[in-house]
Write a protein of this length. Structure first.
Length: 291
């Protein structure tokens, strides 16, 4: 079970920021070759990112956000970074299953060329447009290497011609659609959009709680100071873990006694509730919490 609570972007052109990102507690670091790199420095960033990927990684998960397939930089990005074997490729501006499937084919080819295990590189579509939201179900189902989707609300609201607000009510349809698309395809929960006000901790907390409540497993992060807060909100609390243990134990005893329903603190614990408790306990164990 891969935990992706915090997915931190690091500019592919800035070695100092990359080193700092690697030393934080983010579950995933994304070495970015797209938005954070000026056109004039794309090749330089590509070389730097490839060098970082070639170093021992220990347990850190590294993805690379390449430039979109319709740009002049995409193939150069893919050829360079796949030689170093990233853990995943984040695909920006993903809009159709056909487009994502073509990148999947290229990944298969490059894995073979570089002696990597076929299918070992995750493909992470970043949904950033109305078209992408509309096709999210097909995108989620088009490749076995797609294990989760990500949401990019800044470009989505630009595409929709609407304002991205602190309360984010304008994102409810898109967020819900992505969560349902991932679940219906048997994927992990999606990863939510960045929160752009890096000084607004209360706003970030509320945004994370809203996304978690809709079925998201984590959040894209643009500032080191956001990582710990995001990790906390997307982790089960000790109280949640304790209650999940009690629920699962009560349900297990009920099953042993020939009943499919337990009672705990005056409330019924049926199979869906028990399975939810089991999932909380699985997450807690993966995070090394005392279970």
């Amino acid at each position: 079970m891969k935990i992706c609570r915090s997915v931190l972007f690091a500019p592919g052109i800035d070695p100092r920021k990359i080193e700092k990102a690697l030393g934080l507690g983010a579950d995933v670091v994304v070495l970015d070759l797209e938005d954070s790199v000026d056109v004039s420095r794309k090749a330089e960033a590509r070389d730097l990112v490839t060098g970082i990927l070639g170093r021992p990684r220990e347990a850190k998960t590294l993805w690379v956000r390449v430039n979109p397939p319709d740009t002049d930089f995409f193939f150069g990005d893919m050829l360079a970074v796949m030689a170093a074997g990233p853990d995943g490729i984040m695909l920006p501006k993903a809009e159709t299953a056909e487009g994502v499937a073509r990148v999947d084919w290229l990944l298969c080819f490059l894995e073979t060329q570089h002696g990597l295990i076929k299918g070992s590189t995750d493909l992470v579509p970043l949904i950033e447009s109305a078209r992408g939201i509309k096709n999210a179900g097909e995108i989620a189902s088009c490749s076995a290497r797609v294990k989760r989707l990500c949401f990019g609300a800044v470009d989505y609201t630009l595409d929709m011609g609407i304002e991205l607000t602190r309360e984010s009510s304008e994102l409810f349809y898109a967020r819900s659609g992505l969560a349902v698309a991932c679940r219906s395809a048997g994927l992990e929960g999606p990863i939510d959009t960045v929160f752009t006000d890096v000084k607004d901790s209360d706003g970030l907390t509320a945004d994370c709680r809203l996304a978690r409540g809709l079925g998201f497993q984590g959040k894209l992060v643009i500032h080191p100071g956001q990582v710990q807060l995001v990790n906390t909100v997307f982790s089960p609390t000790p109280e949640e873990v304790s209650r999940a243990e009690r629920m699962w134990e009560a349900y297990r005893i009920a099953l042993a006694e020939g009943s499919g329903v337990a009672q705990l603190d005056g409330k019924l614990v049926e199979k869906p509730v028990a399975l939810r408790a089991q999932k909380i306990l699985e997450t807690a164990r993966t995070l090394g919490m005392n279970v």
